[in-house]
Design a binder for this molecule. Sequence first.
Ligand code: CO8
Length: 283
Amino acid sequence: MKYVQLESLNDVAIIRINRPEALNALNIDVLSELSRTIDIVNVDECIKVVIITGSGEKSFCAGADISYMVKIDPIAAEKYASSAQAVLNKIERMEKPVIGAVNGYALGGGCELAMVCDIRIASNNAKIGQPEVTIGIPPGWGGTQRLLRLVGPAKSKELIFTGKMISAQEALDIGLVNKVISLDESDDIPPEAPKDDSVKEKERSAQISKMLNKKLIDSCLSMASEITKNSFNAIKVSKFLINKGMDMDIDSGLRMEIYGWALCFAHEDREKMMSLFLNKGKK
Ligand code: CO8
């Protein structure tokens, strides 16, 4: 595939949107490759957690393709939004947990892509927002609905009405991302370049960006390994209950939780893992 790369690291898959020349904006070809990649990952039973990120060090995803949208009519716009929403819904409804590694700009459709991930970890250079109104349209790939559910109506309206970008730290403060990754003294940060040596300074900042990106992916992999050590069956039931429960009245949600919970007693994990707990230290 040209626009999406798939890498498997044991039981974790990393999906990279690979269109850095347009800051990983999602044109129709990217969406179609992304959809096919999700299908591949979905049926691969070895994969237990999926990480989605952008290639390069500058952008997770700059959203829908403005060079395409500038010339289309409402019929094509409806088709574009529907096919994009179908791909994003497919990601949100995957049984496997999905971690968004937000490595730079996550704007418009890029923020909407991040929001269908179950967990978002951002590098401290990430800039997140829904800038659609600055180009004459409202969010159209789930932004008005998912942002509302994640951060509430007041913050959603502030972000959508102003179209402003917020920093990773601000996104953390409002609950839009789970964690922010920064470089610190423990990282081997290259020393500052001599003053007036712009070439060396450029090299240094490229090196720092690469280090930050690696630390972000390592942090996502570490979160993935905290997840994969648990029962995949129990995780996928939990994900389903949380996703469905969000749009349900509390009594129906609680009843559905009982059914999901009881069903897990039919799975071998429950007996095996409970016995392991009860027998620990007894040999
Ligand atoms: N679409 C197409 N090309 C893009 C996009 C995009 N969303 N974003 C960046 N690019 C291209 C630029 O045109 C540029 O191309 P070129 O080198 O050929 O001129 C290249 O990527 C690099 O971008 P910049 O030169 O602009 O890089 P900067 O570092 O100066 O700026 C920004 C980075 C701030 C991220 C800037 O590129 C930007 O503001 N991009 C647009 C972000 C945006 O508004 N995204 C939201 C799009 S709308 C959307 O997602 C709505 C979804 C629902 C729509 C429903 C429709 C039916």
